[in-house]
Design a protein around this ligand. Sequence first.
Ligand SMILES: Nc1ncnc2c1ncn2[C@@H]1O[C@H](COP(=O)(O)OP(=O)(O)OP(=O)(O)O)[C@@H](O)[C@H]1O
Ligand SMILES: [Mg+2]
Length: 255
Amino acid sequence: MQRPSIVPIAELVEEPYSSVICYPKLNNEELTRRVAELEGLGVTAVEFSGGASAFGVRVPLLGKGFAGVVVVGYIKGQRVALKILRVDAERPDLLHEARMLCKANTVNVGPQLVGASRNFLLTQLIEGDHLPNWLRRQKEKRVVQKVLGEILEQCWLLDEMGLDHGELSNAPKHIIVDNNQKPWLIDFESASDSRKPSNVTAVCNFLFSGTGKVAQLISEILGKRNKNEIMLDLKVYRQQGCRENFEKIVDSCLR
Ligand SMILES: Nc1ncnc2c1ncn2[C@@H]1O[C@H](COP(=O)(O)OP(=O)(O)OP(=O)(O)O)[C@@H](O)[C@H]1O
Ligand SMILES: [Mg+2]
C-alpha cells in the first residue's frame, strides 16, 4: 500500500490530486469550481490513503464506486469521509443522498452527515471493513450473530420510518463493520422515502437465503438456516410489518 499523504486544499489543483477531484476526466474549469466548493464546505485538506484504487490515479483512495470516489477529508481538524461525485456519474448531484442519509440519521442509522454540496458529501468516517471481508476474518459465531442482529435491527428502524435504502439485496460494499464490531449501512444514493420500504426483506435475502458468497460464508459460520421458514416469515412480515413479525424473522435467521 502507498504512503498516505495529507494535501492542503490549495494543492488539490495539482496532479496527481486533481485527477481524483475530477475523476475520471480532468477538466480545469470544473476543477476550479470543485476546489472552491470544497472550501465553502470548510474542508481544509484531503488525505489520500486506503485500500482502493482507480484507473489512472496514482494515489490511494478510501473507496471507489460508479457514482463517486471516496477519500478522507479534514474539516475543523476532524477526519471525515469525503465522497466526490464522479464527473461521469449518472446522477446530477449528491444532494438527494445527503437528504436520505439525514433521514436515516434521525433513527441513528448510517454514518453521521457532516455536510453536503452538489459534488461532495461529508460523512462520519467509518474505519473497518466491508461485510464480506469481515466475515472471512471473523469466525466467532456469537460475534457474527450480534453484528447480523444489529444489521437487521437497523433495517427494521428504516422500514419503520418509511425509508427504503434500495441497495440491500446485494450489498457486499454497502455494509461496513467497524473496528468495534459495529455494522454501518452506507450509500443512500438509491434510497427513497416514497417507495414502500423493504430493507429487512432485502437484507435477509442477501444474508440468509441468497446463493451468493456472503450467504454462503454466514451459513458456514452459523450453520445451515431453514430457508423455507425464513421465506415464510418474510412473507408474513411483508403483509404486516409489526415488531412481532420482525422478531420471528430474527429468530429464524439467528437462532
Ligand atoms: N463514511 C464512510 N466511511 C468509510 N468508508 C466509506 C464511507 N463512505 C464510503 N466509503 C467507502 O467508499 C466506497 C464507495 O462509497 P459509495 O458506495 O458511497 O460510492 P458509490 O460510488 O455510490 O458506490 P457504488 O457504485 O458501489 O454504489 C465504499 O464501499 C466504502 O469502502
Ligand atoms: Mg452507490
